[in-house]
Design a protein around this ligand. Structure first.
Ligand SMILES: Cc1cc2nc3c(=O)[nH]c(=O)nc-3n(C[C@H](O)[C@H](O)[C@H](O)COP(=O)(O)OP(=O)(O)OC[C@H]3O[C@@H](n4cnc5c(N)ncnc54)[C@H](O)[C@@H]3O)c2cc1C
Length: 345
């Protein structure tokens, strides 16, 4: 039997159970979110014992060398002594300083982060609510323009959604203090992409990282064409049409399309959304993109939004000629997805 020692207490690990689940069962408030090894919010450090390499997927070489590991993926075969790891990435305190409702279910939320915090547009951060360690990941929707950093997030509010409702409630300041860890993810623009054609496909708030990447690319004088597709399940998912239209006005190399998977009855929605409806396409985004763009070899492709959509798009564009190493994706995993996967397997 394998034992875990954490905070001077030793616990027996049940066969097949992860370090994260064992510690949560013991009542330890370990921050966690996706339980899929994606969000990296549950990272711990082993001070004694060997960590399985499968529990270090996605960590930097320097982090692996220091025995950092993802506790959700870790099913050790040796006894481990564990430490919290406060020095992985930057950890900072932030405050919600403003919120704005963009559609009935989507809000822009601005955080001001104390101290030095640098990021690239398109990366994501993990937010942890101090009172109960509730942790969720959110993509950064803009380029860094100030220090201390002011970060824009686009948040879809779900009925019963703990973090999305808390962040978007309209309350700002000290009562909306939150801890930030990151930035993380490799969904961002690099100067060597300058001459390349780029395809950006975002579903719902999957627009957030793409809005940042688009700004970054234009600021850096991108020369290739950029095709931005913003897709939604309903018109409530479509937002920022005016902001994007203004941003690309002077850039004839940018093509911007919005669409709905199923076209809603015109006039059924609130009048504020009618412009989006009038100008939106309908149908499967991947099929339409394949019609628009012949061959995706050498394109840089960015896919963001719900996990199922992103995974499907990755498969479709790979089969359409894109190289997997040219596809950058941020799948918005949720703990519900993780639980569903656990139940099936
Ligand atoms: C890398 C990464 C980046 C992300 N970036 C963003 C982002 O920029 N903007 C954003 O809005 N979200 C983003 N997410 C998702 C986000 O982390 C949360 O999962 C989401 O905000 C729901 O959290 P919650 O606490 O409000 O809901 P929870 O309390 O976790 O869930 C409550 C209820 O909400 C419903 N629900 C929750 N998530 C979904 C879903 N995806 N689809 C359908 N129903 C759901 C379910 O009914 C659930 O029972 C990202 C996730 C990852 C992993």
């Amino acid at each position: 039997m394998v034992t875990l020692t954490y905070k001077n207490r030793t616990t027996l690990l049940q066969d097949g159970q992860s370090v994260l689940d064992t510690l949560l069962e013991r009542g330890e408030p370990i921050p966690h979110a996706c339980k899929q090894g994606i969000c990296q919010s549950c990272v711990l450090k082993a001070t004694e014992g060997e960590v399985p390499t499968a529990a270090q997927v996605g960590l930097k070489t320097t982090q692996k060398a220091q025995n950092y590991f993802l506790s959700c993926l870790c099913k050790p075969t040796q006894d481990l002594t564990l430490l919290d790891c406060d020095d992985l990435g930057m950890k900072a305190t932030a405050y919600v300083v403003a919120t704005k409702q963009l559609t009935p279910s989507i809000y822009a939320v601005w955080l001001e982060i104390e101290g030095d915090f640098t990021y690239k547009a398109g990366q994501y951060i993990n937010l942890t609510r101090p009172c109960d360690q509730l942790t969720r990941s959110y993509s950064i929707a803009g380029v860094q323009t100030s220090s201390p950093a002011k970060i824009e997030l686009h948040i879809k509010v779900f009925e019963g959604g703990e973090m999305s409702n808390w962040l978007s409630s309209g309350l700002v300041g000290i009562s909306r203090q939150i801890s930030v860890r990151g930035p993380m993810g490799n969904c961002f623009y690099l100067p060597e992409f300058k001459e390349k054609n780029m395809l950006l496909l975002g579903y719902g708030t999957g627009l957030a990282p793409l809005y940042g990447i688009l700004q970054d690319a234009l600021n850096q004088g991108h020369k290739g064409t950029i095709h931005l597709y913003h897709w939604g399940a309903s018109s409530d998912d479509l937002y920022y049409r005016n902001e994007i239209s203004a941003l690309i006005k002077e850039h004839p190399n940018v093509v911007y399309k919005t669409g709905l998977e199923v076209m809603e009855e015109r006039g059924e929605k609130r009048s504020s959304m009618s412009k989006e409806l009038e100008q939106s396409l309908s149908g499967d985004a991947c099929a339409l993109i394949k019609e628009d763009l012949s061959g995706l070899k050498d394109w840089k492709i960015f896919l963001c939004g719900s996990e199922a959509k992103v995974n499907k798009a990755r498969r479709v564009f790979y089969l359409a000629g894109a190289d997997l190493s040219d596809i950058y994706a941020d799948a918005f995993f949720t703990w519900q997805t993780a639980e569903a996967i656990e139940k099936v397997s």
